[in-house]
Design a protein around this ligand. Structure first.
Ligand code: URA
Length: 188
């Protein structure tokens, strides 16, 4: 276990810093190997995640796991997955500014404790918050940017891929680029 991560999780489980605490079933803190060198960051829990307390366990999550397996990555082995906000926005709307502001500290502390070498942002919301506010996923996906000593990449959100299957080959290509970068840097 990473020292401090369990304390942070317990703190998040009791969080009442924004209005999403009133409608959540579970806080979705994060899951995967806390010693992973790669973190994947999504937007916020959906209905299944809210019910189960784990990120990306719905239809999009199952598709994400399949794509990860294609490049020999998995949350059990070499990936840690978390979200920008830890509680489900009602009707899966985008998280609001004040909600992100109230929650982002948990993510920053997770990143600080896990110390990933690479962060992959799944979708626009995470990429705009972590890479660049004007990030365009359709144009800039698959490119690496260095920020504070961490390599960051944005790619399509799994739910968007289920809605627009034509982007699936490009998303898979992004994961191949991730795998190549990991191999280049000697990351497991
Ligand atoms: N979408 C996300 O961004 N995160 C999840 O955990 C589930 C769906």
């Amino acid at each position: 276990m990473i020292e401090g991560l369990e304390e942070l999780r317990l703190q998040a489980l009791g969080c009442r810093a924004c209005k999403l605490c009133q409608t959540r079933t579970n806080v979705v803190f994060g899951t995967g190997n806390p010693h992973a060198q790669v973190m994947l960051i999504g937007e916020g829990p959906g209905e299944t995640e809210d019910l189960q307390g784990e990120p990306f366990v719905g239809r999009g999550g199952k598709f994400l796991d399949k794509m990860l397996a294609h490049v020999d990555l998995s949350r059990e082995k070499n990936i840690y997955i978390a979200n920008m906000v830890k509680c489900r926005p009602p009707q899966n709307r985008d998280p609001e500014k004040d909600e992100v502001a109230a929650c982002i500290g948990y993510l920053y502390r997770q990143i600080g404790l896990i110390k990933p070498k690479i962060i992959v942002c799944l979708g626009r919301v995470a990429a705009c918050a972590l890479i660049d506010p004007s990030f365009k996923v359709t144009k800039q996906h698959g490119q690496f940017f260095e920020k504070n000593g961490i390599l960051m990449m944005g790619t399509m959100h799994p739910a968007a891929l289920l809605r627009n299957p034509m982007y699936k080959p490009a998303a898979l290509d992004d994961l191949v680029k991730l795998r190549e970068k990991m191999d280049q840097l000697g990351l497991a």
